[in-house]
Design a protein around this ligand. Structure first.
Ligand code: DGT
Ligand code: CA
Ligand code: CA
Ligand code: ZN
Length: 570
């Protein structure tokens, strides 16, 4: 979001709460100021830099102070206090996407709604549509927001739990009682968020294993402890389940507890039809109760006439049929990835130099990185204008001159403006190796407008890929409305790729969209969007999305060498 948009958003919300409080005079002042900021052609930070905030009509001393605060901290104490002053129930409603202070108050005042549960009742009773400014469509949208909100409650980003998983695995593996250890559940399937972690251990001394598990350093509370299973709670309320199995049953347990539930239900139906029964201890002939598989996962699938499928595919999205027809995709692997196709440096809002980012990537075994700093529309991110981009290109050229066996590609993350044009002229885009084009503002546009905006960027001949297509932030911001099918169609015809942005709370494209893009003939590029050297590790998250999206190495641009990528530019 641009600085202007963020400032306007805060001022509007203050105005909205003041309206509720019937402070008409001040609310009008804030609304006016917000409108002025929205209409400003200059970056509000520049205006501030020149000490001219109070020259903006409608901006007096106190509003100017709030603007400065928003520019520095992203929010305002006045706004936070106003929010606090609203009734608790109203604040709960405001946690929903699409419910601001005004709507929340109306719902509260007119229908006595004081919680999300109340709201859901009212939607069911079709009582919302009678309110002024609300309709059947609003009811539908509110219901969607509620579902989204519930789904996100108490879930954890995959990127946040992967390090915890490593820590647990390392600690548990030190015990000689642990013969095999693996994470099952959604974490093994590499779902973008996980509800809890499920650890599976093969051992002949289960009690010793459980004892070690409950005394791991990160454990805050033990919820349950039995002889072969236990549940503990770590920081931020992350729950971890453990089950200890005899080595001979390990495969069956791993299959069962990896899920997904939908995958297992389908698998069990097929087993039953074929005269077997399937549970966490093995696959049995129904008539004789003789166990025919269970030591490893592969055996179970084999008896049922299927190839072993990678955990990432086990969502009942066609993988069972493919496994029966020996037509499973050969999924892209982390080891196939040769470089990163989107990262930032100190030139814009990153915290490291080009050389520092390159050194880290090289240490990870990558062959190239692609520097894609922001462009000037993103004032808040210190975006580059043509002059600074050219200076950066020279710096990169010099680095490449003096480097053997590693390459820094010259790229940019060019902002797509509201009218679909790009933030920098073709004359400079042409001189780059790689252009990511992304939307960073105007998220409230209609689906038609947003689609048209992105499709026009796709028609720019220098655009390589579209960055974070839907703009969603997991657990924080819904995807904006965009017709992905139309976008993919345009991209396929123009030879433009789609990015899987691998930043942990983006993962955008997601698994479903990645697969749709591939099926429509679009190649995918994985970009970490790293803003620091440590972020380069996110490449693994991008690969897991690609795998959940059924992508093979040939579908992913990062499996190409730097030379091959350069040849794409002709
Ligand atoms: P989560 O934790 O919400 O991210 O999702 P999962 O998939 O990790 O689910 P969880 O932790 O409740 O259970 C782990 C696995 O155990 C799940 O993926 C499949 C298996 N499972 C759990 N409940 C059932 C069930 O009722 N039927 C079957 N077939 N499998 C189940
Ligand atoms: Ca789980
Ligand atoms: Ca669980
Ligand atoms: Zn971006």
């Amino acid at each position: 979001m641009s600085a202007n948009a963020r400032v306007a958003e805060v001022l509007y919300e203050i105005g909205e709460i003041l309206t509720i409080k019937e402070d008409r005079f001040r609310s009008r002042a804030f609304n006016m100021a917000a409108q002025r900021i929205t209409a400003l052609t200059d970056d509000v930070r520049n205006v501030h830099g020149r000490g001219e905030l109070e020259e903006i009509p409608g901006v007096g001393k106190s509003i100017a102070a709030i603007i400065v605060e928003v520019l520095e901290s992203g929010t305002s104490v006045v706004l936070e206090e106003l929010r606090e002053s609203l009734p608790q129930g109203v604040r709960e409603l405001m946690a929903l996407e699409g419910v601001g202070p005004k709507r929340a108050m109306t719902l509260n005042r007119e229908l006595g709604i004081t919680s999300i549960d109340d709201l859901e009742e009212a939607i069911k009773g079709q009582r919302i549509r009678g309110l002024k400014g609300f309709g059947p469509k609003t009811e539908e949208n509110l219901q969607k927001s509620i579902e989204e909100h519930r789904m996100m409650q108490g879930r954890f980003l995959l990127g946040a739990v992967l390090p915890v998983m490593d820590e647990i695995k390392a600690y548990m593996s030190e015990s000689p009682a642990v013969l095999k250890i693996e994470f099952a559940g959604s974490a093994r399937r590499r779902k973008e968020t996980v509800g809890d972690l499920d650890v599976l251990v093969a051992s002949n001394e289960p009690e010793e294993v459980v004892e070690r598990f409950v005394s791991m350093p990160p454990v805050i509370r033990v919820l349950a402890q039995g002889s072969t299973k236990s549940t503990v709670v770590l920081e931020r309320n992350l729950q971890v389940d453990i089950r200890v199995m005899e080595p001979g049953d390990y495969g069956a347990a791993l299959q069962y507890f990896t899920g997904s539930k939908e995958h297992n239900v389908k698998l069990r139906t097929i087993a039953v039809k074929a005269g077997y029964k399937l549970n966490e201890y093995g696959l049995y002939e129904r008539d004789t109760d003789r166990r025919v598989a269970g030591e490893d996962e592969e055996g179970i699938y084999r008896v049922l006439g299927m190839d072993l499928m990678p955990p990432e595919l086990r969502e009942n999205r066609g993988e069972i049929e493919a496994a029966m027809g020996a037509s499973l995709p050969s999924l892209v692997e982390l080891g196939d990835v040769r470089g990163d196709l989107h990262l930032h440096t100190k030139w814009s809002d990153g915290n490291a130099t080009v050389e520092e980012m390159a050194a880290r990537a090289r240490g990870m075994g990558l062959e190239y990185i692609t520097v894609c700093d922001h462009t000037k529309s993103l004032g808040i991110a210190n975006g580059l204008d043509e002059g600074r981009l050219r200076a950066q290109i020279s710096e990169i050229d010099a680095i490449n001159e003096s480097t053997e066996g590693f390459r820094v590609l010259r790229g940019v993350e060019c902002d797509i403006k509201a009218d679909g044009s790009l933030d920098l002229p073709d004359s400079v885009l042409r001189d780059l190796d790689w252009v990511v084009a992304s939307v960073h503002s105007g998220f409230r546009a209609t689906e038609g407008e947003m689609t048209e905006r992105i499709v026009s960027a796709i028609h720019n001949e220098y655009v390589s890929t579209i960055g974070h297509l839907t703009g969603r932030l997991i657990q924080r911001r819904m995807p904006y409305a965009v017709n992905t099918e139309e976008v993919f169609e345009a991209a396929a015809s123009q030879g433009v790729m789609m990015e899987i942005n691998a930043f942990p709370d983006r993962l955008d494209l997601d698994d479903v969209n990645s697969r749709a893009a591939m099926e429509q003939g679009v190649k995918v590029s994985i970009g970490t969007d790293a803003h620091a050297p440590g972020h380069l590790d996110f490449i693994a998250l991008g690969v897991s999305v690609a795998r959940r999206g059924w992508l093979e190495a040939g579908d992913v641009a990062n499996t190409m060498s730097a030379d091959e990528l350069l040849r794409l530019r002709g």
